[in-house]
Design a protein. Structure first.
Length: 69
């Protein structure tokens, strides 16, 4: 699946868990976005991200499912 800028996706990340994000940019393997709902987990609490916060994920660690508008 090709992830497209501007679209909304449910993301299943191998390490960060499940959350919904809007893709803002792509750069090779990296996908930048804003979390719309849910929470991205992390080993250290100060690295966790919640709704409204920006996040960068590695595409190969994720499964993206497009959310219908």
């Amino acid at each position: 699946m090709t992830v497209e800028v501007g679209k909304l996706y449910d993301v299943q990340h191998q390490r960060k868990g499940s959350f919904r994000m809007r893709v803002m940019a792509r750069d090779g393997e990296w996908v930048d976005g804003q979390i719309v709902s849910g929470k991205a987990r992390a080993m250290l609490s100060y690295n966790e991200r919640e709704a409204g916060e920006a996040i960068t994920v590695r595409e190969s660690f994720c499964t993206f499912t497009e959310v219908a508008p």
